[in-house]
Design a protein around this ligand. Structure first.
Ligand SMILES: Nc1ncnc2c1ncn2[C@@H]1O[C@H](COP(=O)(O)OP(=O)(O)O)[C@@H](O)[C@H]1O
Ligand SMILES: [Mg+2]
Length: 354
């Protein structure tokens, strides 16, 4: 059952407009602030929290308010609200009009996300994460997944923001597993074995996995995505490099993703900053004018409301007839990945459709 209902007024200030999403610990609503307009409100499910528990839950908001960056979701206010089910902690943040990275990827329908677009988005995510990693002590996100990356639309195109730093502050093995159900694909092997040990290379792995998925529509290690954490942790099946799934991925980009996804933390980028440096150096020129062609646009699962103006529109394409001009290097049948979470379907056959 929903914690808040549409039309409900919170603290004389926020009117609840609709439910945006549900996570492991919280529900997120779009609300209208009496004076400041549209915002998002994250309400924690746990009811009747003690003062200490409230402070704990709102630690996420505290972290977010410390790291002001265009690629990290911005926090406005934190407090408690009386709901039917009792008192709940909440915080408000900027409302991101586009939805999650999952929806963004799916909005390209049968086409792959164009490589420059994918690099642009992932560079932004890496910038945000690098800021967190540069904090002293470093802030480790621990739960970088497509569901926790929000994509809005600016004049300059898509703008990605990292959200859900809920696991960043304090975590037990139990909470990590609760939240990571279905997101094993984004967890580094050492994280699966030692969930309580937060590490920046663990975030780098997740970044690599998200990037791989965005470029190829497949999980980097498909077997681990389907299995349980322990089996996944010990699965040493070699990585199929992204350019073997999607021919148009150039060597430099391929090497960046392969390094982010290396089993050995000594080989992996030590933090988002080093991966970002390589991504910033990635020359767009290296990709010749796309054989990909413009994407065929399919509206995201959770389309932005019609009343929010022109910047709310998703990536638009001019329509195309051939699905994809990339040719797979290896023409072997592959198990299509399936993204965990509410919007999980992955369109099949992008690479084989000619
Ligand atoms: N600022 C926001 N703007 C728009 N949608 C949001 C925002 N924050 C969260 N959401 C939606 O709510 C979902 C759950 O939010 P999240 O912070 O990830 O909660 P949890 O910690 O429970 O996973 C997200 O996957 C997304 O769909
Ligand atoms: Mg989440």
């Amino acid at each position: 059952m929903a914690l808040l209902s549409v039309g409900q007024v919170i603290r004389d200030t926020y009117t609840v407009e609709r439910l945006l999403g549900r996570g492991a610990f919280a529900e997120v609503y779009r609300v209208e602030h009496r004076y400041l307009g549209r915002q998002a409100m994250k309400v924690f499910r746990q009811e009747g929290m003690s003062a200490e528990q409230v402070r704990d839950a709102l630690g996420e908001a505290m972290l977010l308010s410390r790291m002001g960056h265009p690629n990290i979701v911005r926090v406005f206010e934190a407090n408690t609200v009386e709901a039917d089910s009792g008192g709940h902690a909440y915080f408000t943040m900027e409302y991101v009009n586009g939805g999650t990275l999952t929806g963004f990827r799916q909005s390209f329908g049968d086409a792959f996300v164009p490589i420059p677009v994918a690099v642009d988005v992932m560079r932004q995510v890496a910038r945000g994460l690098a800021v967190a990693h540069r904090e002293s002590p470093p802030i480790v996100h621990r739960d970088i997944t497509p569901q926790n990356i929000l994509v809005g639309y600016d004049r300059d195109g898509p703008r990605a923001r990292i959200s859900d730093f809920g696991l960043a502050r304090k975590v037990s093995a139990l909470t990590l597993l609760a939240s990571s159900q279905g997101t094993i694909a984004f967890m580094a092997p050492e994280t699966l074995l030692h969930p309580h040990l937060a590490s920046m290379p663990g975030d780098v792995w997740a970044l690599g996995a998200v990037f791989y998925l965005l470029l190829t529509d497949e999980f980097p290690y498909p077997r681990r995505a389907a299995g349980d954490p322990i089996t996944a942790a010990w699965d040493t099946t070699a990585l199929v490099p992204p350019n073997q799934v999607r021919y148009a991925v150039d060597d430099l980009l391929n090497a960046i993703i392969v390094r982010a996804l290396s089993f050995d933390t000594a080989t992996r980028y030590p933090s988002a900053a080093e991966m970002l440096a390589d991504l910033e150096a990635w020359p767009a020129r290296q990709n010749p004018p796309r054989q990909d062609g413009p994407p065929r646009h399919v509206p995201p699962k959770d389309p932005p409301p019609a009343d929010t103006g022109p910047t709310d529109s998703g990536p638009t394409g001019t329509g195309r007839d051939s699905r994809h001009a990339d040719t797979p290097r290896a023409d072997r049948p592959r198990q299509r990945g399936r993204e965990p979470g509410p919007a999980g379907e992955i369109a099949a056959g992008k690479n084989t459709g000619g």
